[in-house]
Design a protein around this ligand. Structure first.
Ligand SMILES: *Cc1c(COP(=O)(O)O)cnc(C)c1O
Length: 237
């Protein structure tokens, strides 16, 4: 656990090197520290070491951590962190999700989008979301099929409570990061294609891809949000 600051520094160095290889500056890529399954103490250590963005994959787990983390940051006079929902969202959890998360990475159906929009309108807000795409074709993975995205975006235009700001995908679990390069490249191409359509109000400013095993490859392929857990919290990776 006391390796967290060191691990975080190491991940940031690798991120910066990958950014430079892809002709970008390190600060154009946001590191999301994925804290699912980690204790409040571990998260506090990461925040004290400079983590700014927290990723959780379950609303209920995030709810348990939200208050203690908020109090910790207030007590230490630190800036608040941003909370990202990176895991699957059920429609009956949208209300609490909107109370915590500034970006939802995992929207993969129009019914979910409609519910987020409805709840956001009640809050007189616009919620930023990413569309999750299944780029690997694995049946076990959430996400839209690439071929359905155009249609999804067109239909989303009627919902004023949400703002689509990019795409998210998960690579395959593999020990070789190169395995996911084609999937990441395909997400980048899909993003370019949607951008070229110039849908009103839709930006493709974020590409959320890359985890512990493959974040450097993801950055080389254009990721600007990377979601990293194990490399920060575990000493063996
Ligand atoms: C757990 C998780 C991550 C982080 O994975 P690590 O391998 O621990 O870096 C990223 N994205 C999602 C959606 C996750 O569930």
């Amino acid at each position: 656990m006391n390796r967290i600051p060191e691990n975080l520094a190491n991940v940031k160095e690798r991120l910066a090197a990958a950014a430079e290889r892809s002709g970008r500056t390190p600060d154009s890529i946001k590191l999301i520290t994925v804290t699912k399954g980690r204790s409040v103490t571990e998260i506090q250590t990461a925040l004290a070491a400079g983590a700014t963005d927290i990723g959780e994959n379950r609303v209920q787990e995030a709810q348990q951590k939200y208050e203690p983390i908020h109090s910790f940051l207030t007590a230490s006079g630190s800036q608040m962190c941003e909370w990202h929902l990176v895991g699957h969202l059920q429609r009956n959890k949208v209300k609490p999700a909107l109370e915590m998360f500034s970006l939802i990475h995992s929207v993969d159906s129009l019914r979910l989008l409609a519910e987020i929009a409805r709840r956001a309108e009640v809050r007189k807000e616009q919620t930023d979301i990413l569309i999750q795409i299944n780029t690997t074709g694995e049946a076990s993975k959430f996400g839209l099929d690439s071929k359905d995205v155009q249609d999804f975006v067109e239909k989303s235009l009627t919902y004023s409570g949400v703002r689509i700001v990019g795409l998210m995908t998960m690579g395959m679990l593999s020990s070789s990061p190169e395995v996911n390069r084609p999937a990441f490249a395909s997400l980048r191409m899909l993003s370019d294609k949607i951008m070229a359509e110039e849908f009103p109000g839709i930006t493709m400013q974020y590409l959320s891809m890359g985890m512990t095993n493959d974040f450097e490859v993801a950055i080389e392929e254009g990721a600007n949000l990377v979601r990293i857990g194990r490399a920060i919290f575990e000493s063996t990776v």
